[in-house]
Design a protein around this ligand. Structure first.
Ligand code: FCB
Length: 455
């Protein structure tokens, strides 16, 4: 621990996006298995049934990481592998996979960084109401405890949730992600219960760590997707639209986690719209557990203008196109906004160690005959965003690390295998992995930054 570098470089993945082996060793179905098997939900009917077959190729993938020279690997645990059905005892065969992964990482000098929930809720818990159901938060805390029992002797970095905004909004309001519901009231209930689950799980992990004298070096936190919505004009309407978007996507999570209160404007408005946050006495104190690490997933930022309020009364700010490059997701490439975001976080929410836990880009890769991709666009994206992050750090932001999304091409949710975010190419026919130019760039950049830091 004493030799820990002051800035960590990593790559990130998530369980459902890479593992495959969905019915092996006792894993039960998750909401993503059910959703992706439903016609019309995922592009070309793709599912995570095989994905990158990482479950069977894990040592090869760890070796790839070691070649890149990364310090730390952020991966997620599949809840339905560790605790099938989302309740009851652990499944030893499921835990064994993560045991092996952690050992393999450590043997390669790579720090394991666990995310407990990256969207693969056990289907049984969705059948019982999912995140809109308060009990799911308590189930999550139980699962967090079981997982800590299994891995806490070796894993120090624990992220509870990945992007609760996506789980709540895309899963329960928009319906573009599993479980595919379209119900604003359920969505706001999900927001609160995801945050409550985070707080309860943080408590459990710290209690267990304390009881086993393992608090030293323990870092518990959460990862949010954050952006910078900028008003398209000086008009009061556009300013209000940007403020609303900032509220619904950023402050609704940052404020309860780091200040112990929901933003009053958003809480009041959603209640007026018939979708109150189901807060019970004491909940906010649970949610506002100390956050050692606040992970930021950053991809893009939008210029927004107001639109007429629709039938349901919800404000729906709309993006205004800027004349800037876009990725294959259609997302504008806006690295400067990352510097602004980090400066704002340090100013308005000081305290946690900040990490960029995801940053990267999908492009329409063209492999050569050997499968090599000269992805100049992705390389430039990484360069400009790493520069932007380090610029904020140079201005005093307590930024402690950066993770590229993603180690390898994988199942990109509703876009299936049609959007490639990897710095390593995956040929899905052969499962061959081929580092792209961006992987070489990233490896060189890490080496150069480390040399720089060593001074
Ligand atoms: C984030 C997700 C991650 C990946 C990237 C592109 O929202 O956390 O799983 O899909 O977007």
């Amino acid at each position: 621990m004493d030799n820990k570098p002051t800035f960590l470089w990593g790559v990130a993945t998530s369980s459902y996006q890479i593992e495959g082996a969905v019915a092996e060793d006792g894993r039960s179905p998750s909401i993503w298995d059910t959703f992706s098997a439903t016609p019309g939900t995922v592009l070309r009917g793709a599912t995570g049934a095989v994905a990158c077959d990482h479950y069977h190729r894990m040592p090869e993938d760890v070796a790839l990481m070691a070649e890149l020279g990364i310090d730390v690997y952020r991966f997620s645990i599949a809840w339905p592998r560790v605790q099938p059905g989302g309740s009851g005892p652990v499944n030893p065969a499921g835990v064994a996979f993560y045991d092996r992964l952690v050992d393999e990482l450590l043997a390669n000098g790579i720090t394991p960084w666990v995310t407990l929930y990256h969207w693969d809720l056990p289907q049984e818990l969705e059948d019982a109401g999912g995140w809109p159901n308060r009990d799911t938060a308590y189930r999550f805390a139980d699962y967090a405890g079981l997982t800590y029992d299994a891995l806490g002797d070796r894993v120090k970095q624990w992220t509870t949730m990945n992007e609760p905004w996506c789980s709540a909004m895309l899963g329960y309001v928009v319906g573009a992600h599993a479980p595919g519901r379209q119900d604003a009231r359920a969505g706001m209930r999900a927001v609160h219960h995801l945050l409550l689950g985070h707080g309860l799980a943080s408590q459990v992990i710290r209690e267990k760590a304390a009881a086993q004298d393992r608090l030293d070096g323990l870092e518990v936190g959460i990862t949010l997707n954050l952006g910078v919505p900028t008003p398209a004009s000086d008009s009061a309407e556009d300013q209000a639209a940007a403020h609303w978007e900032d509220g619904l996507s950023n402050r609704l999570y940052l404020d309860p986690l780091l200040r112990g209160e929901y933003p009053a404007d958003i809480a009041t408005k959603v209640a007026e719209l018939g979708s109150p946050l189901p807060v019970q006495d004491g909940d906010l104190a649970v949610i506002a557990q100390p956050v050692d690490v606040l992970g930021i997933n950053y991809y893009s930022s939008r210029l927004v203008r107001s639109t007429p309020v629709g039938d349901n009364g919800w404000p729906t700010p709309e993006a205004v196109d800027r004349d800037v490059e876009r990725t294959a997701m259609g997302w504008e490439v806006t690295p400067e906004a990352l510097t602004d975001l980090l400066l704002r976080l340090e100013r308005e929410y000081p305290g946690p160690d900040w990490y960029i836990t995801e940053n990267g880009a999908a492009y329409d890769d063209q492999p050569d005959a050997n499968g090599y991709v000269e992805d100049i666009d992705r390389t430039n994206y990484l360069r400009s965003h790493i520069d932007a992050a380090l610029a904020a750090r140079a201005q005093g932001v307590n930024l402690k690390g950066y993770f590229a999304w993603s180690l390898m091409d994988n199942f990109e949710w509703a876009f299936g295998y049609d959007r490639r975010f990897g710095i390593v190419r995956v040929d899905y026919e052969t499962q061959q992995r081929t580092p792209k130019q961006s992987a070489r760039y990233y490896a060189d950049r890490i080496a150069a930054e480390k040399a720089n830091e060593a001074g």
